[in-house]
Design a protein around this ligand. Sequence first.
Ligand SMILES: O=C[C@H](O)[C@H](O)[C@H](O)COP(=O)(O)O
Length: 235
Amino acid sequence: MANEDLKLKVAKEALKYVKDGMVVGLGSGSTAALFIRELGNKIQEEDLTVFGIPTSFEAKMLAMQYEIPLVSLDEYDVDIAFDGADEVEEKTLFLIKGGGGCHTQEKIVDYNAKEFIVLVDESKLVKKLGEKFPIPVEVIPMSYRVVMKALTELGGEPVIRLGERKRGPVITDNGNMIIDVFMKNIDDPIELEKEINNIPGVVENGIFTKVDKVLVGTKKGTVSLNRNKNKHLTL
Ligand SMILES: O=C[C@H](O)[C@H](O)[C@H](O)COP(=O)(O)O
């Protein structure tokens, strides 16, 4: 089964957690996009009162397309948030996010949700964070050189993320730059998340250490990995 099919299965499974009256955090990326589409359909079909809080410009546009009414953190708390990930450390459920440069708004919404559920296909599971993916770090543009120096001192290999159909750096939804930091053998993600954010000029990094549940699409079905329960449940 292709990864796209696994992502869709997980997105559909996630709908079971959405109840009438909830405020839902809407993640970014290709998996979250499928979830947003499926949620929009569910709201129309079942005539539910559900509000969304988007984590990016992309999520906002999709929510509007699929007619999910939007609210903001100014007025509402988030009941439940759904988001994708670039890497999931299987034992701890710690993540790397931000492959699409959206991790800052994602972390604000996801960390403030009463429940945060991650949606991935099995290709995202790793033994140790940093195995396949660099850590995205959003930085204030005038600080990029000194931040890169500090990231090198932390043991990373920082690279400025460049645009694909635009010359020069990728600019985030917040008007900042992204530095991707290659770092193998991340032994203490909780400490590293704090250390990177402590560098002046850093807005937010893509290590996520507060996750409640990960739904993993596998060829054998969707598996639910739960924090603190050490239980892998096949749905
Ligand atoms: O900035 C992007 C987000 O963190 C995405 O959630 C992450 O990159 C995973 O995206 P996808 O579901 O497309 O693999």
